[in-house]
Design a protein around this ligand. Structure first.
Ligand code: CAO
Length: 442
């Protein structure tokens, strides 16, 4: 039997945007399996299937706005499933109520959950710490970019117990989080030593207007969500930043020559693709920089791929698109891809997949200025390279001062994985390759 699946009672909220479509035609689905994710100003909520069956056709796509009664899809319900679902009508009703309830729940509570859900899909961004409330939770996190999938009843159960779903691995079908996963998470959390760090969220709000005129400006969604990720990275990873520099005088001559050759093809070669190539050589020589710690922290996962994330400045905040297999691409291809990702980032056209899977990040402020900074490691990576602006300086060569173009480098690394000597060797080698690209062949 065919049945139109409609958007249930969502508490009278209209024109809610679909941010995720979790099923496709032909999928065999279970009752309560999430079909789509809606996101209002206040909350994100998955709409569950009222019955089990096979999806015949989809009537919605990401970006559509829906209200109660909008058609989501047509479901082919088998007879057995239909009987079963009739018996379980109360469950479906409960699911509807939960959706409505969740969208209407108190702003604060729903906001927290919505943030944690969206946070999970965002790339790492470099900014200042926000509140430390998520700290203890984030220490239990594996990879914040993995979205959480769970039925409304599991979500409610997790919310009641104060468990953040983005920190729980699902053992159900297709990695869905089930009740047992939430219970196991709570059990493990209770066994963790209590964080001794201050909880800024519990501190009173300052009334700055006492001292003069003020204006409250909300942070962008990217800033708010990436802030939590950055805070978690900053407080959970023991950072050390190793500074260094590279003489890129010869590289600059080479870059200008190549640039002139590439110009007719419309390709602009900045120093960044060349830095990327040198980083690839350094990562190949020092594989522990292209790795992640496992969740328990007793194993290093070495990655055989070289996917390099690049921090891109956008009006809404920083995003980190990833250039895949940078070792297999030439300079022209890297320059083209970088320009494309930079433009799409600024036009908000990046797809989640453009920002996933990075194994090492480069954050370049060279186009702006400065002499050095401390980039925050983009968990689950273990190191990040900060690049500042190259400057011409007098350098003593054979007893004489000569003008050389010097590029400042700042390498932050996870001291649990990388020791100081290895970081110094990495940055020295990187400098040597940048000074003379032929070094990468040795
Ligand atoms: N030294 C000197 N000049 C540099 C340089 C460096 N290290 N890096 C770039 N430049 C120059 C470029 O050659 C270019 O010069 P012209 O305009 O004269 O040709 C100019 O600076 C601008 O370069 P760009 O920034 O547009 O290009 P890029 O390839 O270097 O960088 C991208 C691309 C996407 C990384 C960059 O646009 C960007 O968004 N940077 C900001 C990233 C950021 O904010 N990171 C901080 C994270 S920590 O919070």
């Amino acid at each position: 039997m065919e049945q139109h699946v409609l958007v249930p009672d969502i508490g009278g909220v209209a024109d809610v945007e679909i941010v995720e479509v979790l099923v496709k035609p032909g999928d065999v689905i279970e009752q309560e399996q999430s079909l789509i994710t809606l996101e209002s100003d206040k909350a994100a909520m998955e709409i569950p299937a009222p019955h089990a069956g096979t999806i015949k056709s989809l009537n919605v796509s990401v970006g559509d706005k829906v209200s109660e009664g909008s058609s989501i899809l047509i479901l082919d319900i088998e007879e057995a499933a239909e009987t079963e679902s009739t018996q379980q009508d109360s469950v479906a009703v409960e699911a509807d109520e939960l959706v409505a309830q969740a969208l209407l729940e108190s702003e604060a509570e729903v906001e927290v959950e919505a943030e944690s859900e969206i946070k999970s899909e965002l790339p790492a961004i470099i900014a200042l710490p926000v509140e430390s409330k998520q700290l203890a939770e984030s220490q239990l996190s594996t990879d914040l970019r993995v979205p959480a999938h769970a039925s409304p009843s599991v979500r409610r159960f997790a919310r009641e117990l104060g468990a953040d779903l983005t920190h729980i691995s699902g053992s159900g079908r297709k990695g869905r989080i089930v009740h047992e996963d939430v219970k196991a998470f709570i059990k493990t959390s209770l066994q963790q030593p209590k964080s001794a760090l201050p909880n800024f969220a519990d501190q009173p709000e300052f009334d700055f207007s006492t001292f003069g005129e003020i204006e409250a400006k909300p942070l962008s969604k990217i800033q708010r969500l990436s802030g939590a990720h950055l805070h978690s990275c900053w407080v959970s990873i023991p950072h050390v930043t190793q500074h260094g520099e590279a003489d890129i005088s010869e590289l600059e001559v080479f870059r200008k020559k190549l640039n002139a050759e590439l110009e007719p093809q419309g390709i602009k070669l900045t120093v960044l693709p060349l830095i990327m190539k040198a980083v690839v050589a350094a990562l190949q020589k020092f594989p522990s920089f292209n790795a992640s710690l496992n969740r328990v922290g007793d194993e290093l996962i070495l990655k055989k791929y070289l996917h390099i994330g690049v921090a891109v400045d956008t009006p809404d905040g920083l995003v980190v698109p990833v250039i895949r297999d940078a070792d297999q691409k030439g300079l022209a291809e890297l320059a083209k891809e970088l320009a494309d990702l930079g433009q799409r980032a600024r036009n908000k056209k990046l797809k989640p997949s453009d920002m996933q899977g990075g194994s090492f990040t480069i954050s370049s402020l060279g186009g702006i200025g400065g002499t050095g900074f401390t980039p925050i490691i983009n968990h689950p990576e273990v190191a990040i390279l900060g690049v500042s602006r190259a400057d011409t300086r007098p350098v003593l060569v054979d007893g004489e001062f000569v003008p050389r173009l010097i590029l400042p480098l700042s390498l932050s690394y996870d001291h649990r994985v990388i020791d100081g000597a290895a970081a110094a060797r990495f940055i020295v080698y990187l400098g040597q390759v940048l000074s003379d690209l032929r070094r990468a062949l040795v």
